[in-house]
Design a protein. Structure first.
Length: 357
């Protein structure tokens, strides 16, 4: 390990000795100034909780980097980011667009709780998941959270829930149907509540990915290690939500995001969450999409294997939707061999991955 430098702004003559409980944390000048003035440590921590928390997160990020989360090509102390993609795009590791982790089932159908569940992956490698079942609306939220935190993975970032809802194009209130056994009905649920439910669901997850490029042990993490939206003491909502994305994403994205897929955000927002959005991500994750068996796509989207006839019709409708938003050329279809053959438009022909799966 290397020692983290702590720069002190000396306001009075003589050396300043940092309290033991704060050793090894890079503190900003405001915190240091308060400590140097002779104020008790406990008082300073109460006055600057966010500054100290941010510094501690920065420290943890650097230590994690030194432990090996960065690519070999990175030098010690280099800033860790997920890379920067063009405005109007969102991105995720290729493998997560090529599996059933975020399945295409209807979000109003009751979700299962999965324990050490092996997720179907199109291509080599394996993904094991523990947590409540994830769907395409969860992915919409996760992609936007990655967008907000891509410059500082592993650190706490804050955002307005209202602006977040505008970015993912959700109304303030939503109406949902539900069905439990013979009972069915309609509930009105605010988008703020729905957003909190999804981020909480992403937080209560354990994901392990094993792919050749990640080494023999792979990578394991919670998809959102930290989420805070309410002051638990006063029970009042915070003006800004707090989240942290896992620093392990740095390795999954790769240097300069070379193992990630970029999708056009407006195209995805113009699609209803479901099969069309799953296909949008999957076909975007290949440099040149190749014909795929209908059954393979059905398993990749996490849909029931005993409904192939119904799935065939659903695929046709989804392809039309992808043509409507400008992602596919007209003529994408299912051929006589039950292979799905698509042609991406020229504006959607660039892919970041060096290798197709």
């Amino acid at each position: 390990m290397f020692d983290l430098p702590v720069q002190l702004e000396i306001c009075t003559p003589g050396p300043y000795e940092l309290p033991k409980e704060l050793e090894g944390i890079a503190l900003d000048s405001a915190v240091l100034g308060a400590l140097q003035s002779g104020k008790p440590v406990a008082e300073v921590l109460r006055k600057f909780p966010r500054a100290v928390a941010t510094s501690a997160a920065s420290e943890a990020k650097l230590q994690a980097a030194e432990a090996g989360f960065r690519d070999k090509s990175m030098t010690p102390g280099q800033q860790l980011t997920l890379g920067f993609w063009p405005q109007g795009f969102r991105a995720a590791p290729n493998e997560l667009f090529r599996c059933a982790l975020f399945n295409a089932r209807n979000r109003n159908v009751r979700r299962k709780y999965l324990k050490d569940f092996e997720v179907f992956v199109i291509g080599p490698g394996s993904i094991r998941y523990t947590g409540e079942e994830l769907r395409q609306d969860d992915l919409r939220v996760w992609l936007q959270l990655i967008e907000l935190a891509k410059a500082s993975p592993g650190e706490v970032i804050r955002f307005s829930a209202h602006s977040f809802l505008k970015e993912i194009r959700w109304p303030i209130k939503t109406t949902s149907t539900f069905k439990t056994g013979k009972k069915a009905g309609t509930i009105v649920k605010g988008s703020y509540e729905r957003l909190r439910e999804i981020i909480t669901r992403l937080q209560a997850t354990s994901l392990r990915l094993v792919f050749d490029r990640l080494g023999s042990t792979g990578e394991g993490f919670s998809m959102i290690p930290h989420f805070r939206w309410r002051d638990e003491r006063t029970k009042k909502n915070l003006p800004l939500y707090e989240i942290r994305i896992p620093i392990e994403l740095v390795k999954l994205f790769g240097e300069r995001s070379k193992y990630s897929t970029q999708i056009e955000w407006q195209q995805r927002l113009d699609l209803n969450d479901g099969l069309a959005t799953w296909l949008h991500g999957y076909f975007a994750s290949h440099r040149e999409p190749f014909p795929v068996k209908l059954g393979t796509l059905m398993a990749g989207a996490g849909l029931e294997a005993n409904r192939l006839k119904h799935f065939r019709q659903s695929i046709r409708q989804a392809l039309k939707e992808l043509e409507r938003v400008g992602f596919l050329e007209k003529g994408s279809a299912i051929n006589d061999a039950d292979l799905v053959v698509v042609i991406r438009t020229r504006s959607n022909s660039v892919q970041r991955s060096p290798k197709d799966a």
